[in-house]
Design a protein around this ligand. Structure first.
Ligand code: ATP
Length: 209
């Protein structure tokens, strides 16, 4: 399973969300072309991804929705779930806390960290906000594996370093400044401005055509 390509892992997460939606509507079986249609990709891609996790459907009925959801869960989740911290409880950090609050997922945001006296020692949607100085202690105490960085950009390299020292195993950097992490830490960077500018570019290009 360690060999699963990054994009396959991403798509499995996306398939699971659509499959859960199908299941809630009473659909018990699904064909690869139906999953493909929902995700704007080819049925071959879907079959390849699902084969990589060792599952095959039947020609007549396709995949068993519930079985596939459970199998993706076994691949993506850990049995006890994983704990997440938000570093920088500003507008974006608070929005993420709100977004994930109460969602039934194996990922739970259990702590926020900030340096602003108005943020520290407050509780946001049930999530306590600690001072950054407490990072190492709380990461250890709460067994936090993942950090989401939503501080101002210039702070992110220092925050990333602190997270590594604290023992965080994976980071999602929401700031536009790239960070470095050692090989044993998994890093995902998401720069909203670049994504938005990319969309804006194609909107402009399509208007000129
Ligand atoms: P707000 O107006 O509530 O501060 P914001 O999203 O406009 O929100 P930003 O300047 O983007 O604020 O900062 C995001 C958050 O990161 C803020 O809550 C800020 O206090 C916090 N922050 C700034 N520097 C650090 C740091 N070194 N460590 C942890 N948090 C930090």
């Amino acid at each position: 399973m360690n060999k699963l390509p990054d994009r396959t892992v991403e798509r499995l997460s996306q398939y699971r969300r659509s499959l859960l939606n199908c299941l809630s509507k009473g659909k018990t079986h699904i064909f690869s072309h139906e999953i493909a249609g929902m995700h704007h990709i080819t049925p071959v891609q879907v079959r390849r991804d699902i084969m990589l996790i060792g599952y095959t459907g039947t020609l007549r009925k396709g995949y068993d929705v519930k079985e596939l959801i459970d199998l993706i869960g076994k691949i993506l989740d850990t049995p006890d779930g994983q704990k997440v911290a938000i570093i920088g409880v500003g507008n974006l950090g608070q929005a993420l806390i709100q977004y994930f609050s109460g969602k039934r997922t194996k990922l739970s945001i259990v702590a926020g960290f900030d340096i602003h006296p108005e943020k520290v020692n407050r509780v946001y949607a049930g999530v306590p906000c600690y001072h950054l100085d407490q990072l190492q202690d709380i990461v250890k105490k709460d067994d936090i594996e993942i950090a989401i960085i939503t501080t101002p950009a210039e702070e992110s390299p220092r925050i990333a370093e602190m997270c590594v020292i604290a023992g965080v195993k994976g980071m999602l950097n929401y700031t536009p400044k790239s960070i470095n992490v050692p090989p044993h830490v998994y890093l995902e960077e998401y720069d909203m401005t670049t994504s938005l500018e990319k969309v804006a570019f194609f909107v402009k290009k399509n208007k000129m055509m």
